[in-house]
Write a protein that binds this ligand. Structure first.
Ligand code: HPA
Length: 290
């Protein structure tokens, strides 16, 4: 039944998607209900998955591959807290040269495999001075900066399909609360805030950072938003979590170690993020979507 939704960006992608779905479901032992996209340095979260089946992105027909250090480029399927899960260890980004429509592919594939709830994670720079490096931030909302200027993954949606996706309250309020409560119970520091997507891959100038802060963003990164848009387009329940790896205004800039530093700080947040993901899965198990 997903096929009508998948004509993006045309027949070729649709054939690839059908092939991708049949390959992955033939290898996977479970039907995933939850999908998680693990950003820079966060792939370790998939280490908790039981009875894991690991599929490199290169093996999946049509899948946009990633070449960024800290992104393993593997799909891991299995169970966590008794729930079928598909975890993407690493993601493709627009700055790797993927057309935005192609970035819809992994999310479409997850949906077609059965995923109803999508958790998107990323490493992000902190704009709000109350954030600290190494802490987590639950996305309350996002600013799709590339989208506002004409770079939206749904630009290639074929005529006749629904394309005017509402994005108000895109991030599920209940899942946000589940994460905040689970964090509070064990003393994990989690903020809530607004994520702004930029194209990258160069980091922000100080003037750009001030501009992003003034437009109301708490954290900035180069991913996540296209996936969030596609997830909402496909009617998925959505949760977003950033790991704040550096602060745009302060001592921990990118001067010394750039992306290497981002990955190193994100790695330290893996146990906390894995703990919170388990709480989300227990909630999903108790209250299925729909
Ligand atoms: N800017 C943009 N993207 C990022 C940053 C940053 O400072 N840190 C991690 N991802």
């Amino acid at each position: 039944d997903y096929q009508g939704l998948l004509d993006l960006p045309g027949r070729l992608a649709m054939t690839e998607l059908t092939e991708a779905v049949s390959l992955v479901s033939s290898l996977a032992g479970v039907k995933p209900l939850v999908g998680v996209i693990l950003g820079s340095g966060l792939g370790g979260v998939a280490g908790d998955i039981q009875e894991p089946v690991t599929i490199p992105y290169e093996r999946i027909p049509g899948f946009p591959c990633t070449t960024v250090p800290g992104h393993q480029g593997e799909l891991v399927l299995g169970r966590l807290e008794g729930v079928g899960i598909a975890a993407m260890k690493g993601r493709p980004h627009p700055y790797e040269g993927h057309p935005l429509a192609k970035l819809a592919f992994p999310v479409q594939m997850l949906r077609a495999l059965g995923v109803e709830t999508l958790v998107v994670t990323n490493a992000a720079g902190g704009l709000n001075p109350s954030l600290s490096a190494g802490s987590l931030m639950v996305l309350e909302d996002h600013i799709n900066l590339p989208g506002l200027t004409g770079l939206n993954p749904l630009m290639a949606v074929a005529g006749g399909q629904e394309r005017f996706v509402p994005m108000a309250n895109a991030y599920d309020e209940t899942l946000r609360r589940v994460v905040m409560e689970a964090a509070e119970e064990v003393g994990i520091r989690v903020a809530t805030g607004i994520y702004v997507m930029v194209g990258g891959p160069s980091y922000e100038t100080l003037a750009e950072a001030r501009f992003l802060r003034q437009m109301g963003a708490d954290a900035v990164g180069m991913s996540t938003v296209p996936e969030a848009v596609v997830a909402r387009w496909l009617g998925m329940r959505l949760l977003g979590i950033s790991c704040i790896t550096n602060l745009l205004f302060g001592e921990t800039g990118h001067d010394d170690d750039g992306h290497g530093g981002v990955v190193a700080v994100a790695r330290r947040a893996v146990p906390d993020l894995a703990y919170l993901l388990r709480a989300v899965l227990r909630h999903v198990e108790a209250t299925p979507a729909g």
